[in-house]
Design a protein around this ligand. Structure first.
Ligand code: GLA
Length: 718
């Protein structure tokens, strides 16, 4: 036994922490409506006694059973998936965590942090569990810190952020799976005995194939307005894993964290290993309420500038792809101005000279303007855009490198690749090694140089098109299994520096469509790009899926020519998110341009409702060939309803749509907006005033059996 272990054992024998343990009352980690109650067992270990709707009487907590271990370890008596597994210096692979102490820190009236310290009773290994509660929004965040004082590094094999236990007769899991251009498809399945794992191994992004979020319904399939729902997500931009395990007593264990796949971590003495945050809510009123909890919390506490307005924009990706030059762009600024949007966003294709970025095969890494295309550089573009009264934004993909680039020629050692194997490419490119501080500096400098040389750049779209392939870091040498974790920490270091130097710079998070849609990255980004698929019908489904956890203002949605739907339909779908355009106005007639101008004005006028209000999903595109969504401001004075007919059957019989989320006692004037110039509303409710009670109990006809028809309806309380 080492000296450290002996003194640690002495500490134990003095009974310091067993005394504290015996004295401790249950630990109540609550919000206004949720309780997570932990108890310390007579054996000094920490158990989860309850998770669910808040208990009204404190005295009843004494009746709760002990429950199951909160942060299950490996090696002793439990037979299910552990939250943590370590290997000590002496080769012992076990851990037994006992409660030492806990403290509650009130951050403000709404936010409280509870920190629970656990320690192994034989080895100097300490685990701290952090719970942050947001009372009004009913959100709980959970993370873990692991530290030790053994002589040499210990190896961490599993290091979950959270382990939650649920008890019900049945469990229904909804996951959001997908692919490029086909993101966030919802599927629901019942969980039976055994395990279901949702994970990804993409390295630099959490999403593609599986999304880093889910919800679980107890006892019945999930419903929008009733039933017990746990909705959760992991704030991690890399490999994640959720394990759902139904045990022998029909208890469900949910373990969330970094995916431990190929990621054993050698932790030096006295250094802290900090896991990402698992963020969850629990609702007894269905997925609708759980969604509103997430949206309210995210806008107020998590997303960069979550409460501020977003800029509408014209982007040139689908409008021009790589085929543009200075004149064409200046022309486009005029089109942005005509549409009345706030900004023009220049996409991929503006950089590199030795290997100009004329397609996606080359140039990434060489972030100087291509002289042939842009002889007067970004500076001229900013100047011209500003002269037309619009802001200028720029696409970058600074974590990536093309094998055909000067950066690659100069710095192969910065690239994640095997020194002795052929390279495998995803979209013809490779990922830079952000575990290396020199590479972190380089990536930071891409942004910093552009901003220093062109302070007028008002926005970045930050892309990341390739997952990590050829997983090997020249920098990490014999610590290759640290790469997935250290790479993401390196990314956060870069983003932190950018945030510090440019706190007011809005940025869009993009990753070959919706590859990066996690709440840790969203601390640094004002919005994300949900999918490269901009077909309006597909977008109804994609935006619907993401809407479970992300507010509309965080989801960039552009009007393009991908789908061939009527322009109004496409604009109405995009107005349900963060409205933008990616289309040439010269493809439109005068009426269509006037329609777009009006729609932009309406979007801006109503952004406090659409962007910051409460969302109600009323008709699901998964159930019918229609979709209806309503947003209302918090005071319930103004609401906006979006109603879509996609491809309904002939002569379908349709009931009036019963609205939700209104004040039954208020009277609302109903007006259809976003009408084509010269068109009058065909809705019979247009121009009438109804009580909220009537609108919610009887409803109004908003749907039809026409194809690709949409209505946007504004409700104003009198
Ligand atoms: C990715 C993005 C697109 C576009 C292209 C540019 O695919 O998702 O929006 O920016 O890259 O290459």
């Amino acid at each position: 036994m080492t000296k450290q272990i002996i003194s640690f054992t002495l500490l134990l024998l003095t009974g310091i922490f067993s005394l504290q343990a015996a004295d401790s009352k249950p630990i109540r980690i609550g919000t206004n409506d949720i309780d997570l109650i932990l108890k310390i067992g007579d054996n000094g270990r920490l158990y989860q006694s309850y998770l669910g709707e808040r208990l009204q009487s404190e005295a009843d907590i004494a009746f709760l059973k002990q429950g199951k271990e909160v942060y299950l370890t490996h090696g002793l008596e439990d037979y299910f998936e552990p939250a943590i597994r370590v290997l000590h210096n002496d080769g012992n692979p076990s851990l037994l965590l006992k409660y030492v102490s806990h403290e509650n820190r009130k951050i403000d009236d709404n936010v409280t942090e509870t920190v629970i310290t656990l320690q192994d009773d034989k080895y100097p290994v300490e685990v701290k569990l952090f719970f942050t509660t947001f009372a009004k929004e009913n959100i709980i965040k959970e993370r873990t810190e692991i530290k030790h004082q053994e002589k040499k590094p210990i190896t961490l094999y599993n290091y979950a952020s959270s382990l939650l236990h649920l008890n019900a007769d049945h469990y229904w899991l909804t996951e959001f799976s997908g692919e490029w251009a086909h993101e966030a498809n919802m599927t629901e399945r019942q969980l039976d005995f055994g395990k279901k794992i949702i994970d990804t191994k993409l390295g630099v992004r959490a999403n593609m194939f599986c999304s880093p979020f889910f919800f679980l319904s107890l006892n019945q399939p999930a419903r929008e307005n009733e039933g017990d729902i746990l909705m959760g997500t992991i704030g991690w931009t890399g490999n994640f894993r959720f394990t759902f395990e139904v045990d022998n007593l029909n208890g469900l264990r949910i373990i969330s964290g970094i995916n431990p796949h190929a990621s054993e971590y050698s932790l030096k003495p006295k250094t802290v290993f900090s896991t990402p945050e698992f963020i969850f809510t629990y609702s007894t009123a269905g997925t609708g309420e759980a969604t509103r909890n997430f949206h309210n919390w995210a806008r107020k506490y998590q997303i960069k500038d979550g409460l501020a307005d977003r800029m509408t924009l014209l982007n040139n990706w689908e409008a021009t792809y790589f085929d543009f030059n200075e004149d064409k762009l200046i022309d486009l600024f005029g089109e942005a101005q005509k549409l009345g949007v706030d900004m023009f966003l220049l996409d991929d294709g503006w950089f590199a000279n030795k290997y100009p970025r004329s397609g996606d095969h080359q140039g990434l890494g060489d972030w100087e303007e291509t002289k042939d295309k842009l002889p007067n550089g970004i500076a001229k573009l900013v100047e011209e855009a500003n002269a037309k009264g619009i802001k200028f934004g720029l696409w970058i993909e600074p974590e990536m490198v093309s094998p055909k680039s000067e950066l690659y020629e100069k710095h192969k050692d910065w690239v994640i690749r095997f020194p002795n194997r052929d390279e495998y490419y995803f979209r013809n490119q490779l990922v830079l090694d952000l575990s290396n501080p020199e590479v972190q500096d380089y990536v930071f400098n891409v942004v910093d140089r552009l901003k220093t040389e062109n302070p007028g750049i008002a926005y970045f779209k930050w892309d990341c098109n390739s997952p990590i392939t050829n997983i090997y870091s020249a920098y990490l040498k014999d610590k290759q299994s640290h790469l997935y974790v250290d790479h993401i920490h390196g990314l956060y270091k870069v983003l932190e520096r950018i945030q510090k130097k440019y706190p007011d710079l809005p940025m869009m998070l993009c990753s070959g469509g919706g590859g990066r849609t996690d709440y840790e990255a969203l601390k640094y980004f004002t919005e994300f790009w949900p999918s490269d698929n901009t077909d309006a019908v597909e977008r109804i489904f994609i935006q619907w899926g993401y809407s479970y956890l992300f507010p509309s203002k965080a989801m960039a949605a552009h009007v393009t020519s991908w789908g061939k739907q009527p322009l109004k339909f496409r604009v109405d779908v995009a107005s349900m998110g963060k409205l933008g355009f990616d289309i040439r106005t010269h493809e439109m007639n005068e009426n269509e341009i006037r329609f777009c101008q009006e729609a932009v004005k309406n979007f801006k006028r109503l952004s406090h409702v659409i962007g910051n209000g409460d969302m109600y999903r009323i008709v699901s595109p998964y159930e019918k060939d229609h979709a209806v969504v309503l947003y209302t401001d918090q005071a319930k004075d103004k609401a906006v309803v979006y109603a879509f007919d996609m491809h309904p059957r002939y002569a379908e019989i349709l009931q009036p749509v019963r609205l939700q989320g209104l004040d039954a006692n208020k009277r609302y004037k109903v007006e259809e907006i976003n009408l084509m110039p010269g068109n009058h509303s065909a809705l019979e409710c247009h121009g009438k005033t109804y009580s909220g009670d009537y609108l919610m109990k009887v409803g109004i006809p908003l749907l039809s059996s026409s194809h690709l028809q949409s209505h946007v309806v504004e409700l104003t309380a009198e």
